[in-house]
Design a protein around this ligand. Sequence first.
Ligand SMILES: Nc1ncnc2c1ncn2[C@@H]1O[C@H](COP(=O)(O)OP(=O)(O)OP(=O)(O)O)[C@@H](O)[C@H]1O
Ligand SMILES: CC(=O)N[C@H]1[C@@H]2OC[C@@H](O2)[C@@H](O)[C@@H]1O[C@H](C)C(=O)O
Length: 400
Amino acid sequence: MPPTEQTAVPVRVIGLISGTSVDGIDAALVEISGTELDLKIELLAGETYSYPAELKEKILAVGAGEAISIPELAELDDAIACTFAQAAQNIQLNHQSASLIGSHGQTVYHRPPESRGIGKKTPPDLRLGYSLQLGRGDLIAHLTGITTVSNFRAADIAVGGHGAPLVPRVDAFLLSHPQEGRCVQNLGGIGNVAYIPPRRDDWLAKIRGWDTGPANSLLDLAVHHLTAGAETYDESGKWAASGTPCNPLVEQWLSQDYFHLPPPKSTGRELFGVAYLHQCLKDAEAYQLSPADILATLTELTVASIAHSYQTFLPQMPQRVLLCGGGSRNLYLQQRLQLLLPSIPVLTTDEVGLNADFKEAIAFAVLAYWRQLGIPGNLPAATGAPQEMLLGEIHPSLVN
Ligand SMILES: Nc1ncnc2c1ncn2[C@@H]1O[C@H](COP(=O)(O)OP(=O)(O)OP(=O)(O)O)[C@@H](O)[C@H]1O
Ligand SMILES: CC(=O)N[C@H]1[C@@H]2OC[C@@H](O2)[C@@H](O)[C@@H]1O[C@H](C)C(=O)O
């Protein structure tokens, strides 16, 4: 991966994403300069804008497999694009306007690629992955008057990659350290890691990334179930902290295939969603767990799957773990992960100067910026693609 040394004047870019938690649209207004090794970002504003309740319900239902007609799909796509465009307008209030938007959109379906009979045929018989993000970029460009880059995963998938995770390449250029090997661990609905070796010699070739499995998806679903819909998440992990993890159950769940699959790998709510939680709750009946114990045990699955994947798949353990995403605000989860990785400080990216709540939104601003400069956005070691690709479709605005 030869880094591009060309530099650029600072550009004001908006990054937008709603992740697998479907908890709202994260918007970041950033000023970006440099390219890769000299990449610099300044977060001017970051906000999370909730979806209207009805839209959120529809997204979750469609994501969980509810049937939808083509005209309804078009309407949903447009409704999501409108809320994203509104988020872009709002984040610019009291600031100079941006000249570019990078919009991830809302994932409603993700299917990793499948190899069929590798080694028997050349090229291998590969069923390409499929990943659908709604909130079309052309409508966002039309509504905001700002050139918008969207559909970031398609180009990587088209050459056989997973199309995910994409953030590790941005992490590498924003969070590498000259002496320290780091794991940047995102805790969204799904967890994903970027392993960044110390920035020397051929460090770029040694970066790794993959989806670690569930982070908050099962926890949020469990809280919703245990409170009959009254609560959506466990603030700071307080409820889970009052319970005790059931270790035999964690061991049983960890035997699941996904955790043993070598990277590159990606996953989503298709696997770690409602049906998975119901199986977990059924398994828990045998141990007569209290609601707090169930949450503690699901938290333990998240942290144990992360620690297990580092120990199994990393070339060497990091010297520091930097958490980001909403789960980095779950103190109980952070404490449990620290217990499983006793000799490695577990901090958040805030502590090294990168906002942990808006890092994904910032990353999509950077990916859009890279797209305009002709710099690839994927990291083949993380997505499994055979080559670097320019990511995203550019939708020019008619205004700028
Ligand atoms: N204060 C908090 N305490 C505990 N958990 C929290 C807190 N704040 C956020 N979360 C958890 O983080 C989740 C949202 O995280 P985030 O916004 O990073 O996810 P996402 O971007 O939707 O997911 P992904 O990264 O998988 O695409 C919430 O659903 C909740 O479970
Ligand atoms: C298909 C999809 O939306 N995947 C998400 C999801 O949420 C976390 C993890 O699974 C990651 O692979 C990805 O998002 C981030 C933004 C990424 O591509 O790096």
